[in-house]
Design a protein. Structure first.
Length: 401
């Protein structure tokens, strides 16, 4: 994997993995405000203001307004920890992150992309509030309520203008190809769900079901149960679980997912500062305990998805097929701050059931399959094909390890 790709994935994984247990970050504003700086700590920041006032007085250029310098100071302090996953997240990306992990938000149901000139282009989802209000694919947003859209605005900024509380209204001013005058539509926001699991019966073999988990969210456990039930009702007797390019998500969701395939035992060990080691056990009631399984992984399989893959591999539940995983095995708790920004702090490391360290190492697949350039150009999927071939073997022959 190229360095730039690994760095980007590391940042994504840092944003997407944290625990939802007690003290997991929600409601943590109390924790931070009760720890106000001591007089000695406050005096030490006099040096910061000494330096910054010189910048304000002498710098030849525009001085950014608060809170930008404050955010920069926080990031600089965190950089001294040399941990890519202990990060500061500004209010806008934090709001989007929350919605992503909740699996739903108040919105209009439209995909947002940027054109070559920075224009904001919509593509409404089927039967969404946007489609019902007349929004068409390719419409360009030029204003949201009273706020004009400019090329300098980030996509996150535009998305957050469009999203809002369920049952409130948002007015979009649109440009449409072939229409001379702008089009104004008022849309009532509804709950928009963002599924994290997709599934289907494979065309190559109707006895094999395919399940892909895109992200571990609050909804993933329930969605996976429905996927397994639907596939079993369709006559599926074997499963492919696709964790490729899954950057992580919620720890609780990872435990729920692994528990669907394991009868008993440990899913992971967690080593936390000052608390020693704890473990997470399989939850009873899994729906796919006896279905033969193959698990697809690659360099984009990270964090919570590595927890699931590592547990299934160590329990010999099914082979990992594909490429070595990313190697992010640390736990971040998320502390929401007073301005709706957040602080993600690494507090623990994970180990697989056989105490294999994930962080910095990743998981080595049982069956390595690396797509070639020709595969990519032909849009073929040799990793999935290898999983199908494995599952089509007789049970007595399934000894690849």
């Amino acid at each position: 994997m190229r360095n730039s790709t690994r760095i980007a994935l590391a940042l994504l994984a840092a944003l997407l993995i944290f625990s939802l247990g007690a003290g997991a970050g929600y409601g943590a504003h109390w924790y931070l405000t009760k720890n106000n700086p001591t007089s000695e700590e406050a005096s030490q920041f006099g040096l910061y203001w000494e330096a910054w006032h010189i910048v304000e007085d002498k710098f030849y250029g525009d001085i950014p307004e608060n809170p930008i310098p404050v955010y920069g100071a926080i990031r600089g302090s965190l950089d001294t920890l040399q941990d890519p996953y202990t990060i500061f997240v500004e209010p806008q990306p934090r709001a989007l992150e929350k919605a992503e992990l909740e699996g739903q938000f108040g919105g209009i149901g439209a995909f947002v992309t940027r054109g070559p000139a920075g224009e904001v282009i919509l593509a409404p989802m089927v039967d969404s509030p946007a489609e019902q209000a007349g929004v068409q694919e390719g419409d360009v947003v030029i204003q949201v309520d009273d706020t004009p859209i400019t090329p300098e605005m980030t996509t996150d900024e535009v998305v957050l203008l469009i999203r809002g509380e369920v049952d409130t209204q948002v007015t979009l001013t649109l440009e449409r190809a072939g229409v001379a005058d702008p089009i104004v539509v008022t849309i009532t926001r509804k709950v928009i769900e963002t599924p994290s699991v997709e599934w289907r019966v494979l065309e190559q073999d109707s006895s094999i079901g395919y399940i892909r988990i895109r992200l571990f969210t609050e909804r993933t456990g329930r969605e996976l149960e429905r996927a397994i039930q639907d596939l079993k009702e369709a006559g599926v007797t074997r499963l492919v679980l696709d964790l490729r390019d899954n950057g992580g998500g919620l720890l609780d969701a990872a435990v729920d997912v692994a528990s669907q395939f394991l009868r008993e035992g440990v899913i992971l060990y967690e080593d936390r500062r000052g608390e020693g080691e704890k473990f997470y056990s399989v939850k009873e009631g899994g729906l796919a305990l006896d279905l033969p399984l193959a698990v697809l992984v690659n360099g984009g399989t990270a964090s919570a998805s590595e927890i699931v893959a590592g547990a299934l591999q160590d329990h010999e539940r099914g082979p990992l097929i594909g490429e070595q995983t990313f190697g992010k095995g640390s736990v971040q708790l998320v502390y929401d701050l007073s301005d709706q920004s957040s602080l993600h702090v690494t507090v623990a490391r994970w180990l697989t059931p056989k105490r294999h360290r994930i962080d910095g190492e990743g998981l080595v697949p049982d069956v390595e399959v690396i797509p070639s350039e020709a595969d990519q150009e032909a849009s073929s999927d040799p990793q999935l094909e290898r999983a199908i071939a494995y599952l089509q073997q007789d049970s007595s022959d399934r000894t690849e390890r």
